[in-house]
Design a protein around this ligand. Structure first.
Ligand code: ZN
Length: 265
C-alpha cells in the first residue's frame, strides 16, 4: 500500500469523477489520499471529501502563499479558519499548504505580498502547534528565504511538498530538524529533474513521502492527462528505480512514514 499525501481532488477536473477516482486508487493499491486546502473555500471542500469517503480521504486546512500574498492579515478570517479546524478536527490531519511562493509577485507591491505570506505562514504554524498538527509547506523561487524562515521560527515539524529543490536544500533542513519530511511527486519522473532525483537517492528512506499534487503535474508516463491519486504508483515505481533497497521495503517504510506524519491510525 502507498498513500497519496497531497492532492486536490475537489477541483472541477476531478471531482465529478470522484467515484471512479476512488476505484482507481483501490486498483493501484493507493489506500488514502490527503486533500489539501488552499483557502477557506477549498479547505471546506477538502473536508467535504473526507466526510464523503471516510478512511480514504483526509483533509488539511490552509492558506496557500499565492492566496495569502493578497490577503490582509485579519482577525476575522483567522477566527473563521480556527473554527473550521475545531469543528472538523476528526478528519483534519495537517495545516497548510502554506509557505513562500515568489513566482507570481507583483513588482510594485512585492514587499507587502511577501509580508502577507510571512504573516499567514506564522499564524498557520501557531495553529499547528496549538492543535498538535504537522505543517504542509510549499516553496517556489524562495529557497533561501524558506530555510531561513523555518530555522528562525523553529518550524520543525513539516513536509516540504512537491520536492523541486536540490540535495543541499534537503540536507540543510535535515540538519535543522528530525521531523521534516520530503514528498516527491510527478517532478521526480521528469527527465530534466536530475537534482530532485539526486535528492531522492540521498535521503534516508524514513524521511520520504509520495504525493501526486493532482490534478496537476502528471507523472511522465501519463503526462498530458489529468493527474489523480492512483498515479502515486508511477512515482513510487520511479523512486524504486532510484533507490537500492528492495521495493517491498520501500513501500512499507514510506507507508509507515505517511501514517506517522499525518497521525493516521
Ligand atoms: Zn498542492
Amino acid at each position: 500500500m502507498i498513500i497519496d499525501t497531497h492532492s486536490h481532488c475537489y477541483w472541477d477536473s476531478i471531482e465529478p469523477r470522484i467515484d471512479a477516482i476512488v476505484e482507481n486508487m483501490q486498483q493501484a493499491q493507493v489506500s488514502h489520499a490527503i486533500q489539501i486546502g488552499c483557502d477557506i473555500k477549498t479547505s471546506e471542500q477538502a473536508i467535504d471529501l473526507a466526510r464523503r469517503f471516510p478512511g480514504i480521504f483526509y483533509a488539511t486546512v490552509g492558506f496557500h502563499p499565492e492566496t495569502a500574498q493578497d490577503m490582509k492579515f485579519e482577525g476575522e478570517v483567522i477566527e473563521k479558519f480556527e473554527r473550521l479546524l475545531l469543528e472538523n478536527r476528526d478528519v483534519i490531519v495537517a495545516i497548510g499548504e502554506t509557505g513562500f511562493d515568489y513566482h507570481y509577485l507583483t513588482p510594485e507591491i512585492e514587499s507587502v505580498q511577501k509580508k502577507n505570506q510571512e504573516q499567514w505562514w506564522l499564524i498557520q504554524w501557531e495553529l499547528a502547534q496549538k492543535y498538535d498538527l504537522p505543517l504542509v509547506i510549499h516553496t517556489r523561487d524562495a529557497r533561501n528565504e524558506t530555510i531561513e524562515f523555518m530555522i528562525e521560527h523553529d518550524i520543525y515539524r513539516a513536509v516540504i511538498h512537491c520536492y523541486s529543490e536540490d540535495p543541499e536544500f534537503a540536507q540543510k533542513l535535515m540538519d535543522f530538524s528530525s521531523e521534516i519530511y520530503f514528498a516527491f511527486g510527478g517532478i521526480l519522473t521528469y527527465k530534466k529533474s536530475e537534482l530532485v532525483q539526486e535528492t531522492a537517492k540521498m535521503l534516508p528512506l524514513n524521511r520520504i513521502l509520495l504525493e501526486t499534487d493532482a490534478p496537476f503535474l502528471s507523472p511522465q508516463v501519463v503526462r498530458g492527462t489529468i493527474n489523480e491519486p492512483a498515479y502515486t504508483r508511477h512515482i513510487f515505481d520511479r523512486l524504486c528505480e532510484l533507490r537500492s533497497e528492495d521495493p517491498g521495503e520501500i513501500e512499507e517504510t514510506i507507508y509507515q512514514n505517511s501514517l506517522k506524519f499525518y497521525g493516521i491510525k
